[in-house]
Design a protein. Sequence first.
Length: 336
Amino acid sequence: MIEKIQQYLEEIENTTAKSKDELEQFRLRFISRKGVMSELFDSFKTIPNEQKKELGAKLNVLKQKAEAQFQSLIEQINDSNSKEESGSIDVTLPSFKSDGTIHPLTKTRNRIIQIFERQGFSVAEGPEIEDDFHNFTALNFPENHPAREMQDTYFITKNPDTLLRTHTSNVQIRLMEHGTPPFRSIMPGRVYRNEAISARAHCFFNQVEGLYVDKAVSFKDLKQTLYHFSKEMFGKDTQIRFRPSYFPFTEPSAEIDISCFICKGDGCKICKHTGWVEIGGSGMVDPNVLEACGIDSKEYSGFAFGMGIERITMLKYRIGDLRLFSENDLRFLKQF
């Protein structure tokens, strides 16, 4: 057995490896559990006890030599590969053209954030899987009230209700619930509604909502905020109007329209020949919403607004089909 150990030591010392295949052969022979080391240790169990001390020491030396040689061979192959790679690169060649671009929705989202941040708004985020209280009840949607049917919801569990959020208003509730006024934040994010997929609707889309709560906040503050946003987003000549509407969480409520920047108000297919295009909804935060979040509605007031990022992107880039945003078609994405 001593002669075998000596033969293996000489073999290990004389082994070289010029490729990963040769390195793997060395590993299988000397390092793996089915290699010669395993055979030697199995034979070691059968030798007389008086010889075990000497043979055990020689086996340990053999094992250490095999492991050290294996690491040395790895380093040699890595060094050889790195030299070959460095020598094969021609630094004078032109760079490869990348097909990657920023997604149009990401461009629009970043621009919206930039505009509102300049007005003092911070960015807040929240969970996409939400409970009934934060998605409906705290927003003044009474249980079994018809207003809940305005948004066809994906429910995950019942009793208690867990769902995919239908708007980013849940972030407003969490912000007010765990903080102290004043609040001035926008909430961009993905939302989900059980709608038939078409050129103008999808079961998931992106929204950005805004919230401003402080003492003596008025509808005038809301109008000025959205006037500034519209002109920055769509151009200095853009006009804006508010149409009375209904939302459970705001009172009074209004739809937001901008003058069609494509036909300049003359009437076209985009604005359905009205000269105006709807971009979102807005209103003064209902006192019930403030009270549900532990805010004194007699001391504080606020406004909120919301708009679809896809809607704004379609208008800005004149895109006619909402489905293009989620199909990952390079022919479409390369245009941006």
